[in-house]
Design a protein around this ligand. Structure first.
Ligand code: C2E
Ligand code: CA
Ligand code: CA
Ligand code: CA
Length: 274
């Protein structure tokens, strides 16, 4: 924007300029968010089709001092841009594993990994260290990756995934069906789980195509012996359809929203001391 005199900015700043400025401001604030404890980990239950909860997905929240809660879809891309996601991602992993270590044994925790965490840093060592430090059994940790992880340095990502798997950590393919190459990735890595993207589930009733796609994904996954989680299950009708099609697990508002773990005390028992 064009400056006019002392600190006055012209009114015809374009929308794009404003957006860019706002992103820079947020990015600046994000640097302090970790130190000032503005980041929180919420947990959303994952359940079998009969409703039995088997674990939780860790979902990052940012409680900004003036803006309030900023959605992860808005700030995670910024953190990926400036590399801060490496530090933030490590913090989420540590919090999630520390929490899960106090839960009753069979309950597991799922943590999202950014493609940037695969490119930089020593992800395998970090995860190994966190597991030792928190005492969480590796088999109770699942990491969720999107195809973005495999689009970058494919060989490097595969090596890392194999090492994580060798530790006993499980690997889930997130947002299945939304990318360009979901299918080809199924032949390059033995995923432990497939998460069907919410867009297909929320359109189950409205679009006949969605039901066919969900059926096809389930039949493909089952032919490959990979269990499936349906994301974004909100209604009993959706649950019933998925159960009928032999989908293994579900996650969504029908079972529970992402919340502070204290809200799920009935499921996880006594909260861990902070
Ligand atoms: P995601 O991994 O696909 O997470 C699922 C998203 O769907 C979450 O949004 C969750 O709140 C939402 N959701 C779950 N069930 C329902 C439902 O029944 N209805 C509707 N409408 N929504 C539902 P959220 O928490 O806003 O996170 C958005 C995305 O941000 C995540 O998508 C993930 O890609 C990213 N993200 C969140 N936490 C982390 C993190 O710690 N690290 C990284 N790298 N990414 C994260
Ligand atoms: Ca996820
Ligand atoms: Ca997802
Ligand atoms: Ca998603």
């Amino acid at each position: 924007a064009k400056r006019e005199g002392r600190g006055r900015v012209c009114f015809f700043e374009s929308e794009m300029d404003q957006e860019l400025r706002d992103r820079r401001l947020l990015q600046h604030d994000l640097r302090q968010a970790l130190e000032q404890n503005q980041l929180l980990v919420y947990f959303q239950p994952q359940a079998r089709m009969d409703g039995e909860v088997i674990g939780f997905e860790a979902l990052l929240r940012w409680n900004h001092p003036t803006r309030g809660f900023v959605p992860p879809d808005q700030f995670i891309p910024l953190a990926e841009e400036n590399g801060l996601i490496v530090e933030i991602g490590e913090w989420v992993l540590r919090e999630a594993c520390r929490e899960a270590a106090s839960w009753p044994r069979p309950l597991q925790v799922a943590v999202n990994l950014s493609p940037v965490q695969f490119q930089t840093g020593d992800l395998e060592r970090v995860i190994h260290q966190i597991l030792l430090e928190t005492g969480l059994s590796p088999t109770r940790l699942e990491v969720e990756i999107t195809e973005g992880v495999l689009i970058g340095d494919f060989t490097r990502a595969l090596t890392l995934l194999r090492r994580l798997k060798a530790l006993g950590v499980r690997i889930a393919m997130d947002d299945f069906g939304t990318g360009y190459s979901s299918l080809s990735y199924l032949q390059s890595f033995p995923f432990d789980k497939i998460k069907i993207d919410r867009s297909f589930i929320s359109n189950l009733e409205a679009k006949p195509q969605s039901a066919e796609i969900v059926r096809a994904v389930l039949s493909l996954a089952h032919a490959l012996n990979i269990p499936v989680v349906a994301e974004g299950v909100e209604t009993e009708a959706q649950r019933a359809f998925l159960a009928h099609e032999a989908c293994e697990e579900m996650q969504g508002y029908l079972v529970g929203r992402p919340e502070l773990i204290e809200r799920y005390l009935d499921l996880v028992g006594v909260a861990v001391e902070r």
